[in-house]
Design a protein around this ligand. Structure first.
Ligand code: GLN
Length: 445
């Protein structure tokens, strides 16, 4: 409880950072209760953590950094929160995000902008911005994030920490406020791969309350983290590595050589460039459409901050006008257009067909090799003033590459790789769906 007190103090000092939506002061009492108990075998006993604020927490405000959910207090815990509670962890705070998970910058939270903890002129990334920030700052050893496009794995790269998106369905999403249900995945930030393994052991498992929940036929992640077989094949897409700035490209090639020296095969694999460049628009079509549909319940009638009006429609209109930020409104507009009956055939169904091609291409890759290596980003965290700059073709190839793993449901992990000007740049490993242990083992190598 003494440590909990100090951590709460540190969190209070972070007020200016906008990274925290809610400080859980009850944690002191919970820590005192734990102190009375004998530490059990759980490696997570008494470990403090932070949870992204789009995860429901019983009796604790949950607003997903959206004004429309201001004042909403869930009456139940998300499964991930219950599981962590069962493991005697201590939730210190709820962290800020790009509103409802929409964005990759950390500038779209209703709380205010969040900047990179190493350099406040640079973005922290997102949408799991506050979670990445607090782990990078060393305030918590782990934090829950969510990843629909790259919202754990890209900020992990920009903040020089570890970020893991498990297989789609491996962690129950019961209690997650959705952004795009066919892509949404819960995962973690930590400062090392072993800690991810410990968290998988504690939180994976089938949950009948999540219709997309799956069973991963692997267990004892932590115990088996170092037992990768030397026969596993690593692979990369040549033009993707070639698109990197020179210095970083050389780092990748020398890393491939190191792997070969250790006895692993490292091979090139194909990915048609036009298909890779389609990942970003397809993601926008699918995720914006799903977001408009799945968030249709945010109308000021059932929960959140209502703005009055003369009739039912006026209440909804006024509430949504005041409650949503610009980025969210933009996505809902485009999404609603796509969901219109004629437009569904024209745009959305086409996008789904291209997604299928992308998934098939990923399957082909995993028939030839086991671990796909991709750069989570082409540089250190960009300057806030640069984020609207148009991208070069090279940058475009890399910028949304992590979404591949959301499209096919693969596990994918970013770990620190190299540094430039004191800032980190990560590397990412993707393995086929349901091979989460291998993904962690590959990162451990
Ligand atoms: N960059 C993606 C976006 O802007 C990430 C979102 C996510 O994974 N939640 O939508």
């Amino acid at each position: 409880s003494e440590i909990a007190k100090q951590l709460l103090f540190l969190c209070e000092q972070e007020k200016h950072s906008n990274a925290i939506n809610f400080l859980n002061k009850e944690v002191l009492k919970e820590a005192e209760l734990l102190e009375l108990k004998q530490a059990d075998n759980s490696l997570l006993f008494g470990i403090p953590y932070a949870a992204k604020d789009n995860i429901s927490t019983k009796g604790i405000p949950t607003c997903a950094s959206s004004n429309i959910l201001k004042g909403y207090i869930p009456s139940f815990d998300a499964t991930i929160i219950s599981k962590l509670k069962d493991n005697q962890t201590l939730m210190l705070c709820k962290t800020a995000l790009d509103e409802l998970g929409m964005g990759g910058v950390g500038l779209y939270s209703s709380n205010g902008e969040i900047y990179n903890p190493y350099d406040s002129k640079r973005i922290v990334g997102g949408s799991s911005s506050g979670s990445a920030y607090l782990v990078a700052k060393g305030i918590v050893p782990f934090a829950i994030g969510t990843d629909t496009g790259d919202s754990i794995r890209k900020p992990a790269s920009l903040n020089n920490i570890v970020g893991f998106k498990p297989s789609y369905g491996a962690i129950s999403r019961y209690g997650l406020l959705p952004y795009s249900p066919s892509l949404d995945t819960i995962g973690f930030f930590t400062r090392n791969v072993n800690d991810i393994a410990i968290l998988c052991d504690a939180t994976f498992g089938y949950d009948k309350r999540d219709a997309t929940s799956i069973v991963i036929n692997e267990s004892d992640f932590y115990k088996n983290i170092n037992s990768i077989k030397k026969t596993k094949k690593y692979c990369y897409i040549k033009y993707v590595i070639e698109a990197l700035p020179n210095e970083l490209k050389e780092k990748y090639y020398s890393f491939f050589n190191q792997l070969k020296k250790q006895g692993y095969e490292v091979m090139e694999v194909d990915f048609p460039k036009e298909l890779l460049l389609a990942v970003s628009p397809v993601y926008m079509m699918i995720s914006y459409s799903e977001s408009a549909s799945t968030n249709a319940n945010l109308d000021g009638i059932k929960f959140g901050a209502r703005v009055d009006g003369d009739d039912y429609e006026a209440v909804i209109k006024n509430t949504r006008n005041a409650g949503f930020g610009e980025e969210v409104k933009k996505r809902f507009l485009i999404g609603s257009l796509n969901l219109n009956k004629d437009k569904q055939l024209l745009y959305l169904n086409q996008a789904k067909k291209v997604r299928r091609l992308i998934v098939e291409q990923m399957s082909k890759i995993f028939q030839q090799a086991d671990i796909l290596i991709v750069p989570p980003f082409y540089d250190i965290a960009p300057l806030v003033s640069d984020i609207k700059k148009p991208l070069t073709e090279e940058q475009e190839i890399i910028t949304d590459i992590l979404i591949l793993a959301n499209m096919n449901g693969s596990p994918s992990i970013t770990i620190p790789f190299t540094k430039k000007a004191g800032m980190g740049i990560g590397i990412n490993f993707i393995t086929k769906p349901k091979s989460d242990l291998l993904c962690l083992q590959a990162a451990k190598v």
